[in-house]
Design a protein. Structure first.
Length: 351
């Protein structure tokens, strides 16, 4: 007998998923407005909405210059970057967990983050030609692409991309990249080390409007493509033979998912640093609620990841005001216990 929404083992099934998506979209808008208003100088949510709408539609005449600068120039880009980073890392986590059919897979397991971190640290500590030509974001993105190329070459067997090979190659490349990053840090001066550590732990504190374009395009286009591949990803998550029997080009889809997840991770890391565990926590929390169907899992993960990181960033700048903490500290504090629970109950979570 087919299972109905009321008998589904998941909390949200059937048409209720649409309600969940609408609720998450509303929660994202509210959390962004709320986060923009909170800081060293608090701004009411209504005032935040007035300033943002004035910039978008009616012009800024009559706005208080100081409040306008705080809301529009400093906080809005930061909060939007946090939302983009959370959405991108969550989608990358869904991609990789489907790619290797392993609930413990994480965007930072595959060496992309380690390569990006190495490139950024080199730019931060040596400057010179690297800093002048690429900048920190460009150097981080270049490092991630080099790591991806190495993982891709090493993970192939007989011309086919294997999930087990990806994990092993990713772990090896990540270890090598982390070792090289540590070596470069040891050669840096005290002032540079603080900048490096803050970047490695992840931060959106210095976000500017110019930083949002590339992540927005990458997350938007990749999300649309992934949702269009929902049925193929469902088949791949069952098994290669089943997917091939349904007409899915398994090898090509694996390559596409690897590139998509690496692009998302590299883009986020290049502008926000090493924010860990988001791609592990969010997809599994969402999978418990809506189930394994990627047509629902992907959009819900995108919105949940965005809300999650906006709220985590809010905590980082309010828990010890006026000081700020790196985002990675809090995501790791939440993610490590979640990882241990998942490791113990992974068969239950993956159903």
């Amino acid at each position: 007998m087919p299972r109905t929404a009321s008998s589904s083992p998941h909390l949200v099934a059937g048409a209720r998923c649409v309600i969940l998506l609408v609720g998450l979209a509303a929660a994202l808008v509210f959390s962004i407005a709320f986060a923009i208003g909170i800081g060293t100088v608090d701004v009411p949510v209504g005032r935040v909405a007035e300033i943002v709408l004035a910039h978008l539609f009616s012009g800024t005449a009559g706005l208080d210059p100081l409040t306008d600068q705080i809301v529009w120039d400093f906080r809005t880009p930061r909060v939007l970057l946090a939302a983009l980073a959370g959405a991108g890392l969550s989608l990358a986590g869904v991609c990789l967990q489907t790619l290797v059919r392993n609930p413990l897979a994480d965007p930072y397991l595959f060496g992309v983050s380690a390569g990006a971190s190495l490139g950024a640290v080199v730019a931060l500590t040596t400057g010179g030609i690297v800093m002048a030509s690429l900048g920190v974001a460009g150097a981080a993105f270049a490092g991630s692409l080099i790591s991806l190329a190495i993982v891709f070459v090493m993970a192939q067997r007989g011309g086919r991309l294997l999930g087990s090979g990806l994990v092993l190659a990713g772990v090896a490349v990540a270890a090598l990249g982390n070792a090289a990053t540590s070596y470069v840090q040891l050669q840096a001066g005290p002032a540079e080390v603080r900048r490096v550590m803050f970047w490695l732990l992840g931060s959106v504190s210095g976000a500017k409007w110019a930083d949002l374009g590339v992540p927005a395009v990458a997350v938007g286009l990749t999300a649309v493509w992934l949702i269009a591949q929902g049925r193929s990803m469902n088949a791949l998550s069952v098994g290669d033979d089943t997917a091939a029997g349904l007409g899915v080009n398994v090898h090509l889809l694996r390559i596409q998912l690897l590139v998509a997840s690496s692009l998302l991770t590299a883009t986020v890391v290049s502008v926000a640093g090493g924010i860990g565990f988001v791609g592990l926590i969010v997809p599994h929390a969402v999978r418990l609620v809506v189930g394994p169907d990627h047509r629902k899992l992907l959009p819900v993960s995108l919105l949940t990841g965005a809300v999650f990181l906006v709220l985590v960033d809010l905590v980082t700048r309010t828990v010890d005001r006026p000081n700020e903490m790196p985002i990675g500290i809090f995501t790791a504090a939440l993610g490590a216990p979640f990882f241990l629970v998942l490791l113990r109950n992974r068969k239950k979570v993956w159903r």
